[in-house]
Ligand binder design. Sequence first.
Ligand SMILES: Nc1nc2c(ncn2[C@@H]2O[C@H](COP(=O)(O)OP(=O)(O)O)[C@@H](O)[C@H]2O)c(=O)[nH]1
Ligand SMILES: [Mg+2]
Length: 418
Amino acid sequence: MSSEIREQAARKVIEVLPHRAHDLARLEASRNGNPPVVTVIGKYNHGKSRLLNELIGAETFSVADRRETVRLSDTVHQGVRWLDAPGLDADVGTEDDRHALHAAWLASDIRLFVHAAKEGELDAKELALLAELRADGERTQRQTFFVLSQIDQLADEAELHRVSDAIRAQVPDVMLNAVSSTRHRKGVEEGKNLLLERSGMPALRAALDTALSRVPHARAYETGLLLRETNEELHRLRAENQQTLEGLRQTQKHQRQAFDDGLKAVIEKVSVDIETMLNALGADHAIVPDTAKDAYGITAGKRERAHIQIAYSKACIQIDGFLAGQGVIGLPREQHTVARSLNTVMIAVMGVSVKFRKDLRRMFCDAQGRERMQQAFTHYYELSDDRKALASQIANAEAALASLQGAAVAMATLEETA
Ligand SMILES: Nc1nc2c(ncn2[C@@H]2O[C@H](COP(=O)(O)OP(=O)(O)O)[C@@H](O)[C@H]2O)c(=O)[nH]1
Ligand SMILES: [Mg+2]
């Protein structure tokens, strides 16, 4: 499987679990095709670069009294990738340093935490970092070695003991690997075995070799852990999302049911009132047209038309009361006309006036007419603000769930190709 496919899969997971970006990058870095990685970490001028050179037996990394290592530099030596990271001194640290440190942290299978013996106790920053490294080690099985460096700068063995005890008091159970790069160099150059022995370097190198031989095992463990944790989180999130979505859909359905039932009841009630009123009427005067001479007088026709209009208005007011309670008031913006008083759902569905019995009958006393009203109001109900907000909440939850499902498929790809 190409790394591009894995990268794409990782991106899909990170999209929904952004805080897993580091873990997924680590998953990639720790693949078994990559050589095991050893990095140094610690404050600058504590002898990190020189330590690496001594361990490799080559002048690969630049050593200086100044702050030298800014970016990561690395070399592959005898199947191991050695990484020199900048010091973690906050006062001189730059953005580049932080990137480099992060990269070193990500890439490393084994960390050499370097602290110069002459500095005595660890400072707060070193302690915090060490605690972080140990916690990470417990979680991922990545190993950290504590390297007490430059021990040749101490006056004698007694001082070495004092410093060691002080550090052990700060970090209980810590295993200190005391080394001196200068002694080691001298021992190598002058062929002095005692110096080599007293440099602590052969012992550190042996411990390192043991740890290196265990890297494949540690990586397998870490890979399993990262996949499992990410999968579990994804699973949890999916279940939560599914539940949220179901809740929203239930709400949508129940609201709609309540609206349908409520509207039907109101329409039935006003229809019964209107039918009762219509049936009680005698001869129909409304259909007799008024003549010009009736313009300023009251006629039976005018009286009846007014009567019908009032009955109609009453029905509208009752329906409107129900609609207002359901949040259905104004028309959707795209249906607005310049006549603002006409921009209501009531007028859009019912029109402005009714004058004749046949119109009232058509609207209220006929099943088809009532069904038309029911449908028209329901249409506007679904366009009301709250309903639209709910619908878009559901659409968002559906999209989120689709992304989570996509991420689950991507996780399967990562698992298969791990
Ligand atoms: N005396 C002594 N000096 C050392 C030792 N290791 C490194 N140094 C010196 O300490 C300075 C800083 O070393 P370097 O490796 O560049 O430290 P870094 O900043 O932690 O990488 C240089 O002058 C080194 O020569 C050591 O074991 N003993
Ligand atoms: Mg350095």
